[in-house]
Design a protein. Sequence first.
Length: 173
Amino acid sequence: MHDLPVFRVGIGYDVHRLVAGRPLILGGITIPFPKGLLGHSDADVLLHAITDAVLGAAALGDIGTYFPPTDAAWKNADSRDLLRAAVGHLRAAGWSAINIDATVVCEAPKLLPYTEAIRASIAETVGIAAACVSVKGKTSEGLGFTGRGEGIAAHVVALIQRTEREDTATCAR
């Protein structure tokens, strides 16, 4: 029998529409902006993508598996709480997060003034050093829904490491 690999990679993606009347929360940080993201929870597109990336790396499903938008318990939930719970599932399955690399796609606001605070927030939430979190802001050069300012997208890659031996599971056939 083959053991699980020591490292695994997960990819996360999320998108939410921008609307008036909601705060803009990215990476657990409230950013001054005239619009916010629409969603069942606080709609933190970045933390949702990170949640999917860490869960996916461990083959534990996705954010909807644990926090379905049909469940009133998650209405207006703080996405940091969702990510902390996902990290708990990751640890319970014998894995820990090693690093997070994220790209947020939006025309505005410019994220550079907030990236250090976002990195620190993510690091605290996941339980890793801020030096192991990368957050980059990119535009769509005016193309598509992000380019028109209709929404924000986030792409994330997460690296996880096995913390416990799991002799009953394998990725090899």
